[in-house]
Design a protein around this ligand. Structure first.
Ligand code: B12
Ligand code: SF4
Ligand code: SF4
Length: 398
């Protein structure tokens, strides 16, 4: 295990973070001397030269302080600190952060935290934030990152109560994935040799990413891939978005259309509470038959897994099983799925219901949202399904 570099230089599109030096005192004090920066902070004395000198000396001595520079004009805009790194617990604290009011609003603070988190998660499994209890603005900022309030700690000398927030790597991934347009569906630790077609040699943690109902659809629908008129827009979008997450989190990415086939439905049953339905698709207790997998990430190490909610297989208490009888051409028969009958119907005039409103069998299931997918999402998938077969590209039915 490589030791944590507490004072790296980290560069993002807007800011650069670099190790704090003695020469940073004056530029940083001109930021910190604004009393409004500290108005929700218990130690308001930091806006005075004397109070700031104590803070600055402590920051230098910590050997974990980073100064933030606006890349547009090289001006000093704030600072932050890695401290209390515990290699045995694989955690670190990020704190003592302040930013010039001219750079408030979330963008710069968000980039600063993202750069520090990306760096920290190369060495640790969880990052903690200590935030003064009454500092509601900072508490909201760390909650937005997906960090969870795990308790409090009293600083006796200063009489300050800190809330302790914890962010684990997969919570960080979940938040990043959601803002990129894919839901984190679940994660598990594959056994050695359990899935021979998975790429790579070490399979510590496998995370699946996908769509749940129509929640993520608008993000894809606004993407360049959705409107460029080229083939397989959703597959190309998934590869771009999930590929970027893979690079950011140093994981290996996998996709449903990969060859050799990665058995996504089997991975899904290990990741989250989804169950085989009588019609071949997996049924989810909340999303019914209206969900899919856009890709996955394989991490080399065993990361702590998110809690998996308890549930039961919906089909066990569904006596009528309407999914089996709703198809107008009886495509779900004793011999499995009659793909030819389905294709014939969907491409015919009579099949407009399936094309416009979605597979009748999926719609008949009482579990899940109504409608299952947005109308344009249904049409997109049905077109992709038909096109894939017309072009002989069946594995890429999007
Ligand atoms: C091949 C494939 C198909 C083939 C099915 C081949 C067959 N049965 O003859 C075709 C192209 C028809 C197909 C269609 C669809 N598929 Co498909 N398909 C796959 C794929 C790429 C590989 C499955 C596989 O071979 N697994 C390996 C074998 C060893 O495992 P298996 O468990 O035995 O796999 C079988 C089942 O998965 C089954 N199957 C796969 N899809 C479907 C769909 C239906 C309706 C049925 C009855 C069976 C079925 O066919 C496989 C081979 O027998 C997977 C992605 C993946 N990499 O897993 C998606 C996948 C299984 N398909 C999926 C979906 C959603 C569909 C569609 C509903 C998509 C759509 N366009 O809306 C359509 C159904 C169209 C419709 N009428 O509504 C999802 C399932 C999600 C879930 N909730 O379970 C997956 C996981 C892809 C994804 N991105 O999430 N699919
Ligand atoms: S209709 Fe009933 S049996 Fe069919 S998938 Fe839904 S819950 Fe399961
Ligand atoms: S899409 Fe239509 S034809 Fe195909 S299985 Fe579903 S209900 Fe049947």
């Amino acid at each position: 295990m490589v030791d944590f570099d507490l004072q790296p230089t980290l560069t993002g599109p807007l800011i650069r973070l670099r190790p704090l030096r003695s020469a940073d005192f004056e530029p940083l004090y001109s930021v910190a001397s604004d009393p409004l920066i500290w108005y929700q902070h218990p130690d308001k004395g930091r806006s005075t030269r004397e109070g700031f000198a104590r803070f600055f000396a402590d920051a230098l001595a910590s050997r974990g302080a980073l100064v933030a520079v606006d890349r547009a004009d090289d001006s000093t805009i704030g600072c932050s600190r890695f401290h209390t790194y515990r290699s045995e617990h694989r955690d670190v604290i990020i704190g003592y952060t302040f930013l010039s009011r001219s750079h408030w609003g979330g963008t710069y603070n968000g980039e600063m935290k993202r750069l520090m988190l990306d760096h920290a998660f190369r060495f640790v499994e969880s990052v903690r934030f200590l935030v003064a209890e009454q500092n509601l603005r900072s508490r909201r900022a760390v909650e937005k990152l997906g960090a969870v309030d795990v308790g409090s700690e009293e600083h006796c000398e200063l009489g300050i109560v800190h809330r302790i927030y914890e962010l684990k790597q997969l919570q960080h991934l979940q938040q990043r994935a959601e803002s990129a347009g894919v839901a984190m569906r679940g994660a598990f630790h594959p056994e050695a040799g359990e899935f021979p077609t998975l790429p790579g040699s070490t399979h510590g943690t496998l995370v699946l990413l996908g769509f749940t109902g129509s929640l993520q659809w608008p993000i894809f629908a606004r993407s360049p891939e959705a409107i460029d008129g080229l083939p397989h827009p959703l597959d190309r979008w998934s590869r771009r978005v999930i590929g970027a997450l893979a690079r950011e989190f140093r994981a290996c990415d996998i996709y449903p259309a990969d060859s050799p086939i990665v058995p996504f439905q089997q991975l899904a049953m290990r990741c989250e509470s989804v169950y085989p339905s009588p019609i071949g698709l997996l049924v989810h207790p909340l999303w019914g038959l209206w969900h899919s997998y856009r890709g996955g990430l394989i991490f080399p190490t065993r990361l702590p897994l998110p809690a998996r909610p308890c549930s039961t297989r919906p089909c066990d208490s569904c006596e009528a099983k309407p999914c089996l009888s709703a198809c107008p051409v009886g495509a779900f028969g004793r011999d499995g799925f009659d793909l030819k009958a389905c294709l014939r119907h969907v491409s015919s005039t009579e099949g407009s219901d399936c094309r416009e409103c979605g597979c009748r069998a999926r719609c008949a299931c009482p579990i899940g949202p109504r409608p299952g997918y947005a109308p344009e999402q249904v049409r997109f998938h049905m077109d992709a399904f038909l096109t894939a077969f017309q072009s002989g590209d069946r594995e890429k039915a999007d």
